[in-house]
Structure formats: structure tokens, C-alpha cells
Design a protein around this ligand. Structure first.
Ligand code: MG
Length: 364
């Protein structure tokens, strides 16, 4: 059968059954508890009924591609993971963190016969809403803005309001669920939530060692004995334990991930230690002061002078309900990369040397 794909490729004949074959394979091969793309609850926007289904890709594969191609995803390359604008090329950024989460989450999803495409879509989108300067930036915006600021909720705001991607409800919920204290509804979203924790804990240890802030031996001996001596060993232990424990839970029809209690406890102890020694260390506290000064300066400046906001962040330019000035300013600042925030601060809030027209022409 020839499929007429709407809009872009109207006259290219495509065998319609490619997507349907994938959907049939999902039904036959995935675990009964896995999310199936053919049973998606659909898109909340104009394509609610998938009026123009892709002849090749399932709805979750389309979500993954929409996220990968959006501007917010590209900005992750210049957003902080832990170390602000690191000078070394080997430190993680928010983009490389996201790619590592996606890979680990896919490995777990495939091992458990869950929907790998949905898992990948949620993982690629899970940190889209991170503001500049990582968790320091998030804490400052949360303090400044009356409505509060959480990067998970902002990830959803980006893909629904600021750069609408019209994602399926499963992907959207999975991205939003990362904030909730409750267990996410799909196993795929649960996988991303835990993969995120396993990933950042282990790569942040590696980056902190590179930065000279710690050595492997600083990690409690008992944690190393249980989880492993290196990043690779620790990840292997955590992933293998999660997969084997969860397989047993899924065999009993339980929609929840499982870890061996001792392994989970060791992981949480490592997390606590990282918070005390690295994330909230004196070096990071000094940086937090700088971040607070920059973001507070930007926030107060643009709230006082909203006309200076870029055209598409002017409240009347929003496609749906008009935001308050404060919300529009948060939208603008939260979307910034670290370097753009610093540049904007310098441009807007620091004195610049006066250059006369005569000097400009001489220099030009
Ligand atoms: Mg993350």
C-alpha cells in the first residue's frame, strides 16, 4: 500500500506497514507491563488522533526525534552539570549527562523488555528545563520567583508552551514525573528516574576526581566493597541488581522497579556523601554566591525593564494565555546557557567603556 505522508513528503510512496510491523513486534515481544506505542493515550494538542501518522516511526520514536531536534536540547551543551563552565573538555555538561542517562536507561529498558523508544524519549527530555548553572541556578530561581521553580516542571513548560513539540501523554508525564515523590506511572519513566540517579552519582565522582576534589579512596570502604572500586564496576553492580530484582517483581505483575535493599542503601549513602563533600562543598558555595548575584541581577533588571526582553518573550507574543512579566522573565533566564547568562549580565548590568563614534571609526 502506498502511504501519503502529509505535509513534507506527500508524493513519496512509502510502504505503510513499517510502523505497523514495529507496533506488532512491540505487542509480541515486549513485556505485558511495557508501554505499547499502538496503545498510546495520544497527543494532547492538535494531533490528538495522530491524524498524520508517520509511515515509518511509532509515536514514541517521533517524540524522541522531536526532542532531539529542538533548540532546548542543543542548549544543554552549554549548561552546567556540576562544574560551572568547566575549562577542561572532559567534564560532563548537561548534554553529555543526558546522553549517558539515555544510554543507561535504554540498556535497562531493553533488558526488562520495556519500551526502549519511550524510555529514550523521556531520558532525552528529562533535563531540558535545567536553568544555567545547574542546581545553584535552580535554587536561586526558586527563591526569586513567587511561583517557585523546578527544572522538571520547566522541562514540560518548554515542550508544551515555549517550543511546543506536541509529545504523547506518556512522554510528557514521564518528563514531569521526574519531579514527583510518587512512583511514575509507567515503568519506562521509573527507569529514567533511577538511571538518572545512577548516572549522575557515578559520573560526578569521576569528574570530582578529575577536578582534584576527592579520590576513589575517599568513598567509604563499605560502599566500595558493595558497589565496586571504579565507576564502571559500580554502574555494572547497580544495573545488574536493578534488572534482576525488577524482573522478579514484573513476573509477579508488579509495576515497580526493585533493588536489593543493601545495594539501594549503599547507593543512597554514596549520594548523601556526594552532597556533603562535593555538591555543597565550600568551593561550590563560593560559586553559588556568584550565581546568585548574576541571576538575581538579571531577574530584577528584566522585571524592571520588560521592554528589554527579546520579542518572543514579550507576554503578548505568547501563543496562548499571557504570562505575568515575572513568568516571562523566568522563561527567558531559565532557557539561558551558562555563557549566555554571563554575557547578558555583562552587557546589561556592568559598565562598559565609552567608545566615541570617532574611536569606533578609527578602530573599524
Ligand atoms: Mg538528570
Amino acid at each position: 500500500m502506498v502511504h501519503q505522508c502529509a505535509r513534507h513528503c506527500r508524493f513519496i510512496p512509502v510502504i505503510e506497514s513499517i510502523r505497523q510491523t514495529t507496533e506488532a513486534l512491540e505487542a509480541a515481544q515486549l513485556h505485558p507491563l511495557a508501554a505499547k506505542s499502538a496503545q498510546s493515550h495520544g497527543r494532547p494538542g492538535a494531533e490528538a488522533l495522530e491524524a498524520t501518522p508517520c509511515p515509518i516511526r511509532t509515536v514514541f520514536q517521533r517524540d524522541r526525534d522531536r526532542i532531539l531536534h529542538c533548540k532546548a536540547f542543543r542548549r544543554l551543551s552549554h549548561k552546567t552539570q556540576v562544574f560551572i563552565s568547566p575549562a577542561g573538555d572532559h567534564y560532563r555538561t548537561r548534554l553529555t549527562h543526558t546522553l549517558e542517562v539515555a544510554q543507561i536507561a535504554r540498556t535497562i529498558a531493553r533488558a526488562l523488555r520495556l519500551n526502549e523508544d519511550l524510555t529514550e524519549a523521556i531520558a532525552l527530555g528529562h533535563d531540558l528545563g535545567h536553568p544555567p548553572f545547574g542546581h545553584s541556578g535552580e535554587a536561586v530561581l526558586d527563591e526569586l520567583y513567587d511561583g517557585g521553580f523546578h527544572h522538571e516542571a520547566y522541562s514540560v513548560r518548554i515542550v508544551t508552551v515555549l517550543e511546543p513539540l506536541n509529545l504523547t501523554l506518556e512522554t510528557l508525564e514521564g518528563m514531569g514525573d521526574q519531579l514527583s515523590q510518587e512512583r511514575p506511572r509507567t515503568l519506562e519513566a521509573q527507569v529514567v528516574k533511577l538511571a538518572d540517579r545512577m548516572t549522575y552519582l557515578n559520573h560526578d565522582v569521576e569528574d570530582a576526581i578529575r577536578a582534584g576534589l576527592m579520590t576513589e579512596e575517599d568513598i567509604e570502604k563499605e560502599i566500595r566493597q558493595l558497589l565496586g572500586q571504579t565507576r564502571t564496576q559500580r554502574l555494572d553492580t547497580l544495573i545488574l541488581d536493578l534488572v534482576t530484582q525488577t524482573q522478579q517483581a514484573m513476573a509477579q505483575n508488579l509495576l515497580e522497579l526493585r533493588q536489593t535493599p543493601e545495594i539501594e542503601h549503599a547507593m543512597m549513602r554514596l549520594r548523601k556523601w556526594m552532597f556533603q563533600q562535593i555538591y555543597l562543598s565550600p568551593a561550590q558555595t563560593v560559586q553559588h554566591g556568584h550565581v546568585k548575584r548574576v541571576l538575581t541581577g538579571l531577574y530584577e533588571h528584566f522585571v524592571a525593564h520588560p521592554a528589554l526582553l527579546p520579542v518572543h518573550f514579550q507576554p503578548e507574543a505568547y501563543p496562548g494565555a499571557q504570562p505575568t512579566i515575572e513568568q516571562a522573565v523566568v522563561d527567558f533566564i531559565a532557557g539561558m546557557t551558562d555563557r549566555y547568562a554571563i554575557e547578558t549580565y555583562q552587557q546589561q548590568l556592568l559598565p562598559r567603556p565609552y567608545i566615541s563614534k570617532r574611536d569606533q571609526s578609527l578602530n573599524g
